[in-house]
Ligand binder design. Structure first.
Ligand code: ADP
Ligand code: MG
Length: 314
């Protein structure tokens, strides 16, 4: 199968809301609904860097879109169109079948239309660019947090980082380990929550690098500080079953890839969904202080140096 036959077979799909011209010409033509502005995000997954090289193709397809949906969610937007730049070592039809199954399962769920892309040969690399839209004036930014706001997070934290450790191991897996691995391979982006927060939350970010690292971005953009209490962090029973209490906390604070939303709400404003937890509070700007992690009311020493990527924890 050459490049053009491959595009035709796997990636030419008709229709989609607002698609005036899709796959097949030099570019796509899109028409946003009246009164809405466009949000554009893009993310690249490189085999061996962002996922283990032997990851099932359906999981790669799902994940490539899921990480972008998570960014769109963090902006408060409704996803609509995507482009796909695919670099493949070979035109492996079984791999492509699996990849499309995962990609389009998630795309169909959120009514995202594939409107174009690029297909090349080389080391396995998947880039999805996703476009969404939101009513003008309802954008959700990192920069709006104010002292006194409460800090929330959706779902549970640390699962994906724990799951990633299981990805390479072929050892017999119990239900907890399977659950955690799935949290890594098949993240569930918080699209509905993001849309509900638009025009309501003062700031939002998706948790891709780890809670402390990502909340620090909110603090920097908003010129505020934040305090979170480890006792409040939402931890799944599966995480607590496979990790000791201290390890579970470090994964929740510093483990990446959860794709939950961390957001701030002004005092008196209640979160729109049940599956969110209040974990702390925004304080005044204080150069260099950033995010303080409190345990039993005292600052956790390891947090002083700053959690960054998974692997850099205490
Ligand atoms: P060009 O040479 O003009 O850049 P291509 O030959 O790369 O065009 O692509 C032909 C058409 O197929 C274009 O509409 C392009 O957007 C689409 N396309 C190419 N690769 C993909 C892909 N992986 N997914 C979706 N559409 C693709
Ligand atoms: Mg062209």
């Amino acid at each position: 199968m050459d490049e053009f036959a491959l595009i035709d077979h796997y990636f030419r799909r008709r229709g989609g809301d607002g698609v005036a011209l899709g796959v097949g010409d030099d570019g796509a033509i899109l028409v946003p609904p009246a009164g809405r502005e466009i949000v554009v995000v893009v993310d690249t997954l490189v085999a061996g860097v962002h996922f283990p090289p032997d990851t099932a193709p359906a999981d790669v397809g799902w994940r490539a879109l899921a990480v972008n949906l998570s960014d769109i969610a963090a902006m408060g937007a409704e996803p609509a169109w995507m482009t796909l730049a695919l670099t493949l070592p070979e035109a492996d039809e079984r791999w492509l079948d699996g990849f499309c199954e995962g990609l389009f399962e998630l795309a169909d769920r959120y009514r995202v239309a594939l409107v174009g892309g690029d297909t090349t040969s080389g080391p396995l690399t998947v880039t999805v660019q996703l476009l969404g839209h939101l009513p003008t004036g309802t954008r959700l930014l990192r920069s709006g947090a104010r002292a006194g706001d409460r800090v929330f997070v959706s779902g549970t934290l640390g699962d994906a980082a724990a799951g990633l450790r299981e990805a390479g191991s072929q050892a017999a897996r119990d239900d907890d380990r399977r659950y955690l691995l799935r949290r890594f391979l098949r993240p569930e982006p918080r699209v509905e929550l993001g849309r509900a927060l638009a025009g309501r939350a003062s700031a939002a970010i998706d948790v891709s690098d780890g809670l402390v690292a990502d909340l620090r971005h909110v603090c920097e953009s908003s010129r505020v500080s934040a305090e979170i209490e480890v006792e409040r962090l939402p931890l799944s029973p599966a995480l607590l079953a496979v990790a000791g209490p201290e390890e579970a906390l470090s994964l929740a604070l510093a483990g990446g890839d959860d794709y939950e939303l961390c957001f701030t709400l002004p005092p008196g404003s209640e979160p729109p969904a049940e599956d969110v937890t209040a974990i702390g509070r925004i304080g005044p700007g204080d150069e260099g202080r950033g995010v303080r992690v409190l345990e039993a009311g005292r600052q956790r020493p390891a947090a002083a140096g700053g959690y960054r990527h998974f692997g850099d924890g205490p």
